[in-house]
Design a protein. Structure first.
Length: 113
């Protein structure tokens, strides 16, 4: 099976359009009196939903025969990084690479106790 080509510029031409669409979505979902922090929180929830959707789509592509190399190529990274990010599927936990360093955790624990 021939591997599809994923050009580095695949998503770039629509980046401005995507940004405007997310801004509209956040504005539409917020109440009229929502402040900047409310919009910031909602924006993060939209990002989390988009991350989950990406995981669903990667899982579907993998079930259809895509390799980790294919996933890496599509995301502009290598197969190891793709596997690290998406290996746990749609509801998977966070990657060990995205967790806070122990130093940050321990300093927070000292101040909360």
């Amino acid at each position: 099976m021939a591997r599809p080509e994923y050009p580095d510029t695949m998503a770039r031409p629509r980046q401005d359009e995507l940004k405007r669409a997310v801004e509209r979505l956040v504005r539409d979902l917020c109440s009229g009196d929502a402040g900047a922090l409310d919009r910031a929180v909602l924006s993060m929830r939209v990002a989390e939903a988009a991350e989950r959707l990406a995981r669903v789509e990667v899982d579907s592509a993998r079930r259809d025969g895509a390799t980790w190399q294919d996933v890496g190529d599509a995301f502009g990274t290598n197969r190891q990084a793709a596997h690290e990010r998406f290996r746990e599927g749609p509801d998977g936990g966070r990657s060990r690479l995205s967790r806070r360093p122990r130093a940050a955790q321990s300093s927070r624990d000292k101040t909360s106790g």
